[in-house]
Design a protein around this ligand. Structure first.
Ligand code: AMP
Ligand code: MG
Length: 334
């Protein structure tokens, strides 16, 4: 009798623990903070360690911001931009790794994505109070410094800028890189599902909380003053990154100037695209390529995709007449 009781009490204890665990995991917790110049939010299942994990995620974001920001004069990247023209500068593995990949993608995209565009970006300063349309000769001058060949990597950790006026800007790839870093961190902590949203740069980890369903991710309607969803995608374990002409801009004499620049002309890119969303497991690639495709336009992007095998990716192109085209209709929820 006492043996049976003992046996059942162990069984009940086991069921009780399981129930506790499942009860605990029925809630998701999210945290939102303004970091890396944008609103970042991370949502994970609630657990004993979820607070600690979220703390670690935001510490990681803040640490990486100190490395990668082109707008913070004290960042490691600013140090490179200010001093790496005198002599090669030894940098952190993160900065080295991201500059190396940026150079590679710049070559692959024929500089549609161009990390050496910093001087031109500062000239326009779009997104800041003192944004202005530069003089034609200022643009012409800045374009002489934007070849990615001016960024040289030496050994395993050094960066050298061959031209004093070449400045690196990682704004078109950094958020993707940060999202990938967070995904790795969460996976290391055994977090199975999460939503990471770094100012619209989204990664959905695993399946929707407490279900076996894919996540539903909405793409914003690209009309400047709209927060409506243009279309929704059904996704799991992947990133969705959008580059759009409505994100940051200013209007001068009735003309809208947005923040994605063509480093061949020096002006905000102009074609029939209003936004490009790239869906890719690597958020770093998704970010860089969303920018590159916006610059390339639809036809050139399709040609690029024919020869690109580094990553598996899908794309949604939204046009100025309100229509869209995608490389994978099956992802779209109708
Ligand atoms: P995204 O929103 O990812 O398309 O990145 C835009 C940001 O990247 C801008 O705010 C600039 O800092 C920088 N940028 C602008 N044009 C380019 C370009 N053609 N290639 C690389 N970075 C760019
Ligand atoms: Mg980008």
């Amino acid at each position: 009798m006492s043996y049976i009781l003992k046996k059942y009490s162990v069984y009940f204890l086991f069921v009780f623990i399981l129930l506790c665990i499942s009860c605990q995991e029925k809630k998701a917790v999210s945290r939102t903070e303004f970091v890396i110049g944008t609103i970042c939010s991370i949502k994970i299942p609630e657990s004993e360690s979820s607070d600690r994990i979220l703390n670690e995620c935001f510490s990681e974001l803040k640490n990486l911001e100190l490395i990668l920001s082109a707008n913070d004069e004290n960042s490691e990247l600013s140090k490179v931009n200010n001093y790496a023209c005198d002599r090669p500068i030894k940098v952190s593995s993160e900065l080295y790794e991201l500059i190396k990949l940026s150079k590679k993608i710049a070559v692959q995209t024929n500089e549609a994505f161009n990390p050496a565009i910093g001087q031109l970006v500062k000239l326009w300063n779009i997104g800041f109070d003192n944004a202005k349309v530069p003089e034609k000769n200022e643009i012409k001058n800045a374009l002489t410094f934007t070849s990615v060949d001016n960024i040289e990597l030496k050994g395993e950790s050094e960066v050298f800028l061959k031209n004093r006026n070449t400045k690196i800007d990682l704004g078109a790839i950094a958020k993707g890189y940060l999202a990938d870093k967070l995904v790795r961190l969460l996976k290391d902590k055994n977090v199975k599902s999460a939503i990471i949203d770094l100012g619209g740069n989204v990664f959905v980890l695993g399946k929707k909380f407490f279900t076996s369903n894919n996540w539903k991710v909405g793409l914003r309607d690209p009309k400047a003053d709209s927060n409506d969803v243009f279309l929704s995608l059904e996704l799991s374990n992947t990133s969705v990154v959008t580059s759009g002409i409505y994100e940051r801009f200013f209007i001068k004499d009735g003309i809208r100037y947005h923040h994605v620049l063509d480093s061949k002309t020096g002006y905000p890119v102009k074609n029939n695209l209003v936004s490009v969303s790239v869906i890719c497991e690597s958020s770093t690639y998704a970010d860089a390529l969303a920018t590159a495709f916006l610059v390339m336009g639809y036809e050139k992007s399709l040609n690029f995709l024919k020869n690109f095998s580094d990553q598996k990716l899908d794309v949604v192109f939204i046009f100025d007449d309100g229509t869209y085209k995608t490389t994978n209709e099956a992802l779209i929820l109708h």
